[in-house]
Design a protein around this ligand. Structure first.
Ligand code: PXG
Ligand code: PLP
Length: 442
């Protein structure tokens, strides 16, 4: 990387997403290259990647087969229009993804991100009820402390106050389940907490308030990732499925983080033995190499749209880059790696050693909770007086600049979610470095 890129003046034009722009531009955390479990700064310093980039590089960085697939596809065909035309790789990838999904989740709609996947799923839910003669079902139910991306649909059903309060009313007809997290009942629990399944019953009260005839769908993350790794309590998702069935509500699992191996299975739906009506995915589908997202839909939902004159468009929705050839090539190559290297099984095998290691950080300064499920963990720190998020930020900065580990923070929680090719040595190194960063910041 050229020297000029590091000069502060050159950093001004870029308005960085979800970032503290001013502090970054004063003291940049610049990354230049990546390989397998590691990042390298432009000066060549090596950091272990404890965040899989941003929950997406599940197969590790710079995998040659993914790189080659993207290069070959770019040379073969850069772009093909997705509306009324197709290219073979999009059909192949849809079939491969459908094969990984449980039950009759067998049709795939492609988007370019998780946010678009969420908005697409919500629109499918609304339109589904319209085409089946239940157009009054317009209300969408999310959950407090849910994250569903940044589209207007996603922030409406999302449950993070900072992502909602500045942006007007978004969608008017929404309601929210309570969060499943309760520190008194769940602190330092390992895996899915035993306490909390009854919180799904709150859906009964929401139905009681609005009536089922006005509700289209319920959307939840099987594990809330962005708000700091909140695993579903034992039995919670099964209970939600039962209540949705009872009232004819579509159940959407937002698996943008949990999909493609994060919880040791292709999808968390499989881990919990629950078949939702739709699964939103993104991130790991290409192992982060090219932007892509999508929605997997059950056969009967797709079939409900397939009527009317055959020349007519059945669902008025799509993106210019839906099923982009480069994304499909990367997706097919990533799925090949997941399969050939049994990467989801590795995640499953590493879950217990990972759990043991992260819980060893109990007792460090300020640690008030540690949570984990699959290859995801959060170490919650008590906030500094009158400065929520500052302690977390300091740990991230210390980790990057002095401990050579890249982490993610959720407020004052340190989030660890490495690539799924990790081994016990990587786990040891990550937890050691994160522990040092927490101690150093104090
Ligand atoms: N749904 C879920 C469950 C997500 O985790 C999205 C939707 C949106 O995906 P896109 O591709 O539009 O970003 C996400 C994304 C964090 C963090 O700090 C997590 C995400 C995005 C940004 C930050 O953990 N997840
Ligand atoms: N805005 C304008 C003016 C457009 O022409 C288009 C697409 O043609 C869009 C937005 C949507 O872009 P995309 O399909 O990449 O989401």
């Amino acid at each position: 990387m050229s020297q000029s890129v590091q000069a502060p003046n050159d950093l001004e034009s870029y308005w960085m997403p979800f970032s503290s722009n001013r502090s970054f531009k004063t003291s940049p955390r610049m990354i230049g290259s990546a390989r397998d479990m590691h990042y390298f700064t432009p000066e060549g310093r090596k950091l272990i990647d404890a965040a899989a980039g941003l929950w997406c590089v599940n197969a590790g960085h710079g995998r040659p087969s993914i790189v080659k697939a993207i290069q070959d596809q770019a040379a073969e065909m850069d772009f093909s229009p997705p509306f009324q035309y197709g290219h073979p790789q999009a059909f192949q990838l849809a079939r491969r993804i459908a094969a990984l999904a449980p039950g009759d989740l067998d049709h795939v709609f492609f988007t370019c991100s998780g946010s678009e996947a969420v908005d697409t799923a919500l629109k499918i839910a609304l339109a589904y009820h319209n085409v089946t003669g239940q157009g009054a079902r317009q209300r969408l139910i999310g959950r407090v402390r849910g994250y569903h991306g940044v589209g207007f649909g996603g922030i409406a059903v999302g449950g993070m106050v900072a992502n909602r309060k500045f942006f007007g009313l978004a969608l008017p007809a929404v309601d929210h389940l309570p969060t499943t997290y309760n520190s008194t009942e769940q602190a330092f629990s390992r895996g899915e907490p035993e306490w909390g399944a009854h919180l799904a019953n709150e859906l009964e009260n929401i139905v009681g308030l609005h009536d089922a005839s006005t509700i289209a769908a319920v959307i939840v993350e099987p594990m809330a990732g962005s708000t700091g790794v909140l695993p579903a309590p034992v039995g919670y998702l099964q209970r939600l499925r039962q209540i949705c069935d009872k009232y004819g509500l579509l159940l959407i699992f937002d698996e943008v983080i949990t999909g493609f191996g994060r919880l040791g299975h292709a999808f968390a739906a499989e881990r919990y033995g629950v078949v939702p009506d739709m699964i939103c995915f993104a991130k790991g589908v290409t192992s982060g190499a090219v932007p892509m997202g999508g929605v997997i839909v059950r056969g009967p939902v797709y079939d409900a749209f397939m009527k009317g004159p055959e020349h007519a468009v059945e669902f008025m929705h799509g993106y210019t880059y839906s099923g982009h050839p480069l994304a499909c090539a990367a997706g097919l190559a990533a799925l090949d790696l997941y399969e050939h290297e049994k990467i989801f099984a590795n995640a499953s095998r590493m879950e217990k050693p990972f759990e043991e290691a992260v819980h060893s950080l109990k007792g460090l300064p300020g640690v008030v909770d540690i949570r984990n499920v699959g290859i995801a963990a959060a170490i919650e720190l008590s906030p500094r007086a009158n400065a929520p998020g500052k302690r977390g930020f300091e740990v991230m900065d210390e980790a990057f600049h002095r401990q050579d580990v890249l982490i993610r923070i959720a407020g004052d929680a340190v989030v660890i979610a490495p690539p799924l090719i990790l081994n016990e040595d990587h786990i040891g190194e990550i937890v050691d470095k994160v522990g040092k960063a927490i101690r150093a910041v104090g």
